[in-house]
Design a binder for this molecule. Structure first.
Ligand SMILES: *[C@@H]1O[C@H](CO)[C@@H](O)[C@H](O)[C@H]1NC(C)=O
Ligand SMILES: *[C@@H]1O[C@H](CO)[C@@H](O)[C@H](O)[C@H]1NC(C)=O
Ligand SMILES: *[C@@H]1O[C@H](CO)[C@@H](O)[C@H](O)[C@H]1NC(C)=O
Ligand SMILES: *[C@@H]1O[C@H](CO)[C@@H](O)[C@H](O)[C@H]1NC(C)=O
Ligand SMILES: *[C@@H]1O[C@H](CO)[C@@H](O)[C@H](O)[C@H]1NC(C)=O
Ligand SMILES: *[C@@H]1O[C@H](CO)[C@@H](O)[C@H](O)[C@H]1NC(C)=O
Ligand SMILES: *[C@@H]1O[C@H](CO)[C@@H](O)[C@H](O)[C@H]1NC(C)=O
Ligand SMILES: *[C@@H]1O[C@H](CO)[C@@H](O)[C@H](O)[C@H]1NC(C)=O
Ligand SMILES: *[C@@H]1O[C@H](CO)[C@@H](O)[C@H](O)[C@H]1NC(C)=O
Ligand SMILES: *[C@@H]1O[C@H](CO)[C@@H](O)[C@H](O)[C@H]1NC(C)=O
Ligand SMILES: *[C@@H]1O[C@H](CO)[C@@H](O)[C@H](O)[C@H]1NC(C)=O
Ligand SMILES: *[C@@H]1O[C@H](CO)[C@@H](O)[C@H](O)[C@H]1NC(C)=O
Length: 613
C-alpha cells in the first residue's frame, strides 16, 4: 500500500497513426511518480501467435538384455529354503458359504475360505471391471504432448550425479484391488478402523489386472524405475513358516517384474507396506499400541514368519530386482517398542540372508517416515532438544542400531522404561545388527515446527497420562514468524523445499548412510472436485516436485550429501487408507472406467530431471 501518495489520474492520450504520441491532458499533482509521455513505443502489424510446436515425452527404449543381481530361483531354491510346497487357491465367492469338502487339510480350500469368512469384512462386493490380466495397448502420442511452458523457471546449473535413481512408486493395497482373488488372504487393511464407514481397498485401481498397462504408461513417460510392493498374503496365504507358497502369487510378480524389464524399467520392491497379515493382531490396530497403529509386528511369531516370507520372495526375484526395501514406514505400524525391536531384527536378518546366503549384489534397505521436526526457535535450547527428541523417536529408535550399531536413544528408553527388558539389545546383538540396511530410505513429505511443552520434556516423558506423551513435544504447522510453513495441500503436506535440504543434511550427518528419498508427493487441494482438464493441470504439485528436486540437487552438489535417488509418490491416484479424495497421483484415475490420464506434474517432473542429467 502506498497510502501517502496522491492518486494519479490520467486518460489515454491521442496516438497518431504514425505512432508518434501527442500531448495528452494530465492532472498535475505533487506525486513523486512521473510518467514518460514521450515513450519509444511502436506500432507494427499484429498477427496471432502460432501454436507452440508440439514436443512429446520420450519413451524408454525397449530392453535388449537383462542384468542379473543374484542366482536364479531354480539354482538356489532347494539349498537355501529347504522344503517348500507350492499350491493354488481360487477366488473367494463371498455370496456362498464355506462348502469346500477338504476341511481336514489345514491349508486347503476350506481353511482358505474360512479366513475370509472369519475376517467378516464389511460390504464386500466385487464390483470390479476385470477378472483377468489385461493386455496392454500402446499409448497414443496425443496423450504424450508436453504441457505449456511455465512463465517461471527453475535454476538449471546443478546436475544429478550419474546413476541417480529417479522413479515412481505405488503400493499394493492402494492400487491392486482383487483382494480375495487368486489365493490372497485378508490383511489388517480390510478390517476394523481402516474400513469402518470409509472407502475401502476392495477395487481401487484394479492394478492387479491392469499392471501391464500401468507399466506401459510409466515407460511411455520415459521413467526408468518403478517401485512396487508385494503383499505377504498373496505369496503365503497362511503366512507362517512351513505353510504352502501360492503359485499364482509367485507367477503374478514374476510377470510384473519381467514386464518392467521388457519396457526398460528397473524394478524396486518392498516386502511389506502396511498390508500386514490379519492374523498377527486380529486386525486390532489399537491393541497394545502406544505409538500409532499396531500391525502385529510385536507378535512373538512375527520375526521368524517375516524372515521366512522374505527369503522366499528374495530367492524368487532378487535375480532381476536390484533394490529391496524390507519395511515401509515401520514407526507408523510398529505399535510399541517391542514392535520396533522386531522390525530391526527382521531387517538385519534378511539383510544378512540377502548378501551372505543368497550372495546377491544389489541393495537391501529400509524406509522411514518423519516429517522433519525443526526447532521453532533454533537459538532456544529447549526447542532444539524437542526437535532432537522428535527425530530420535521417529528415526533413531530404528536407525541407531541398524546404521550405527548403537543402542536406542535415551529419549526412547526413558519413555518406554516400563518395558525396557522386553525390547533392549545386548552389546553382541548390536554388533551383529550394525550395517543391517544398505541405504536409509526417507519419505520426507513436509516438515513440522517443534517446541518444548510448557512443563518441560522430562516431566511429560515420565508421565504416560500426559496428553503429549509419548512424543512430548509441541507440533505446529505455523512457523515462528506467524506464517504457515508453506503452501498447503489437501492434507498435512506443505511445499517446504528448504527444510527438505536441511533434513537430508541431518540424516546424512547423523546416520552416515546413503540417503534414498523413497516417497514424496503432494495432494492438490480439492483436486477430486475439479473437472478433468483442471485436475491434470496440477500446477502446485508440479511446483512441489520441482522445488523438492531442486533441494535434492542442492544437498548433493552444494552440501555434499549422498542422495542416491528419489521416488515420486504416486504414479497414479489411489486408495489413501480410507480415502479417495486425497489424491497424490501423477495420473488421474477415473473410478468408473479405470482410465488413466497423465497430469502436468508428471511431464514437468520428468523434464526437470532429464534437463539436469
Ligand atoms: C484536455 O483539456 C482541455 C482543456 O480542459 C479540454 O478541452 C480537452 O478536451 C482535454 N482533452 C482530453 C483528451 O481529455
Ligand atoms: C537396444 O538395441 C537397439 C538397436 O541396437 C538400440 O537402438 C537401443 O537403444 C537398445 N536399447 C537399450 C536399452 O540399450
Ligand atoms: C518335504 O515335505 C513333504 C510334504 O510335506 C514331505 O513328504 C517330505 O518328506 C519333506 N522332505 C523333506 C526333505 O523334508
Ligand atoms: C458350493 O456351493 C455352491 C453354490 O452355493 C455350489 O455350486 C457348489 O457345488 C458347492 N460345492 C461343494 C463342494 O459342495
Ligand atoms: C457399507 O454400506 C453401508 C450402506 O450402503 C454404508 O453406509 C457403509 O458406510 C458401508 N461401510 C463400508 C465399510 O463400506
Ligand atoms: C459406522 O456406521 C454405522 C452405521 O451407520 C454406525 O453404527 C457405526 O458407529 C459407524 N462406525 C464408526 C466408526 O463411525
Ligand atoms: C500372534 O500371531 C499368531 C499367529 O502366528 C496368532 O495365532 C495369535 O493370535 C497372534 N496373537 C495376538 C495377540 O494377536
Ligand atoms: C498385548 O501384550 C501382551 C503382553 O505382551 C500379550 O500377552 C497380549 O497377547 C497382547 N495383546 C494383543 C492383542 O496383541
Ligand atoms: C482392541 O484392543 C483394545 C486394547 O487392548 C481393546 O480394549 C479392544 O477391545 C480391542 N478391540 C477388539 C475389536 O478386539
Ligand atoms: C500427568 O499428566 C496428567 C494429565 O495431564 C496430569 O493430570 C497429572 O497431574 C500428571 N502427573 C504428574 C505426576 O505430573
Ligand atoms: C494452485 O496454484 C495456482 C497457481 O499458482 C493458484 O492460483 C491456486 O490457487 C493454487 N491452488 C489450487 C487449489 O489450485
Ligand atoms: C469417468 O469417465 C466417464 C466416461 O468417460 C465420464 O462420463 C465421467 O465423467 C468420468 N468421471 C470423472 C470423475 O471424471
Amino acid at each position: 500500500m502506498y497510502s501517502s501518495v496522491a492518486p494519479i489520474l490520467f486518460c489515454l492520450g491521442y496516438l497518431s497513426r504514425t505512432g508518434q504520441s501527442q500531448p495528452v491532458n494530465q492532472t498535475t499533482s505533487d506525486s513523486q511518480y512521473s510518467i514518460d509521455w514521450n515513450p519509444t513505443y511502436e506500432y507494427s502489424t499484429f498477427s496471432y501467435y502460432p501454436n507452440p510446436s508440439k514436443t512429446y515425452a520420450t519413451p524408454n527404449p525397449k530392453a535388449n538384455s537383462t542384468t542379473y543381481y543374484a542366482p536364479h530361483y531354480t539354482d538356489v531354491a532347494g539349498s537355501l529354503l529347504g522344503n517348500i510346497s507350492t499350491t493354488t487357491w481360487g477366488n473367494w465367492d463371498h455370496s456362498t458359504k464355506v462348502n469346500a469338502t477338504d476341511s481336514d487339510d489345514p491349508y486347503g480350500n476350506y481353511a482358505w475360505t474360512k479366513m475370509w469368512e472369519d475376517a467378516s469384512i464389511k460390504n464386500y462386493t466385487n464390483s470390479a471391471l476385470y477378472s483377468t490380466t489385461v493386455t496392454p495397448t500402446a499409448i497414443p502420442s496425443s496423450d504424450l504432448i508436453l504441457p505449456p511452458e511455465d512463465s517461471y523457471s527453475f535454476d538449471d546449473t546443478l546436475k544429478f550425479p550419474s546413476g541417480f535413481i529417479f522413479g515412481v512408486a505405488g503400493s499394493a493395497a492402494q492400487i491392486e484391488g482383487a483382494i480375495a482373488d487368486e489365493g490372497r488372504t485378508p490383511t489388517i487393511l480390510e478390517t476394523g478402523t481402516m474400513n469402518d464407514n470409509k472407502s475401502n481397498d476392495y477395487v481401487t485401481n484394479e492394478n492387479y489386472y491392469l499392471y501391464k498397462q500401468d507399466i506401459v504408461r510409466i515407460a511411455a513417460m520415459g521413467v526408468k524405475y518403478y517401485s512396487f510392493t508385494i503383499p505377504w498374503t498373496r505369496i503365503m496365504p497362511f503366512v507362517l513358516p512351513n505353510t504352502p507358497v501360492n503359485k499364482l502369487g509367485i507367477d503374478h510378480y514374476d510377470d510384473l517384474i519381467n514386464t518392467c524389464l521388457e519396457y526398460g524399467i528397473t524394478p524396486i520392491a518392498t516386502l511389506t507396506h502396511f498390508d500386514s497379515p490379519l492374523m498377527f493382531n486380529q486386525g486390532n490396530f489399537t491393541a497394545n499400541s502406544t505409538l500409532f497403529n499396531n500391525a502385529g509386528y510385536d507378535n512373538d511369531t512375527f520375526v521368524d514368519a517375516f524372515v521366512n516370507y522374505g527369503k522366499i520372495v528374495l530367492s524368487h526375484y532378487a535375480d532381476r530386482v536390484p533394490i529391496w526395501i524390507g519395511f515401509n514406514e515401520p514407526f507408523l505400524y510398529a505399535g510399541n517398542a517391542v514392535g520396533v525391536k522386531h522390525v530391526i531384527q527382521a531387517t538385519a536378518q534378511l539383510h544378512k540372508f540377502y548378501h551372505e546366503e543368497l550372495k546377491a549384489t544389489g541393495k537391501f534397505g529400509i524406509k522411514f517416515n518423519d516429517n522433519f521436526g525443526v526447532p521453532k526457535d533454533p537459538t532456544n535450547e529447549d526447542d532444539v532438544a524437542a526437535a532432537n527428541r522428535f527425530q530420535e523417536l521417529y528415526l533413531g529408535s530404528f536407525a541407531n542400531a541398524l546404521f550405527l550399531g548403537k543402542d536406542y536413544p535415551d529419549s526412547w528408553k526413558d519413555t518406554f522404561s516400563d518395558t525396557l527388558s522386553e525390547f533392549s539389545f545386548t552389546e553382541d546383538e548390536l554388533k551383529d545388527i550394525k550395517g543391517g540396511a544398505d541405504f536409509f530410505g526417507i519419505d520426507p513429505y513436509t516438515y513440522t515446527v517443534v517446541s518444548a511443552p510448557e512443563g518441560g520434556i522430562e516431566a511429560c516423558a515420565a508421565n504416560s497420562s500426559d496428553t503429549l506423551w509419548p512424543y512430548c513435544v509441541v507440533q505446529e504447522e505455523t512457523a515462528e514468524s506467524g506464517w504457515a510453513i508453506g503452501y498447503r495441500s489437501q492434507s498435512y503436506v506443505y511445499i517446504t523445499p528448504t527444510q527438505l535440504r536441511e533434513f537430508l543434511n541431518y540424516i546424512w550427518d547423523t546416520f552416515e548412510a546413503p540417503v534414498f528419498v523413497t516417497e514424496f508427493g503432494f495432494p492438490e487441494w480439492r483436486e477430486a472436485e475439479k473437472e478433468l482438464k483442471d485436475q491434470v493441470f496440477d500446477e502446485n504439485r508440479s511446483i512441489y516436485y520441482r522445488s523438492f528436486m531442486q533441494a535434492i540437487l542442492q544437498a548433493i552438489n552444494l552440501d555434499k550429501v549422498q542422495v542416491i535417488g528419489a521416488l515420486a509418490w504416486s504414479f497414479a491416484d489411489n486408495w489413501e487408507f480410507g480415502d479417495y479424495t486425497q489424491q497424490f497421483g501423477l495420473q488421474v484415475v477415473n473410478r468408473t472406467t479405470q482410465e488413466r490420464h497423465y497430469k502436468k506434474s508428471f511431464f514437468d517432473l520428468v523434464k526437470f530431471i532429464e534437463d539436469r542429467r
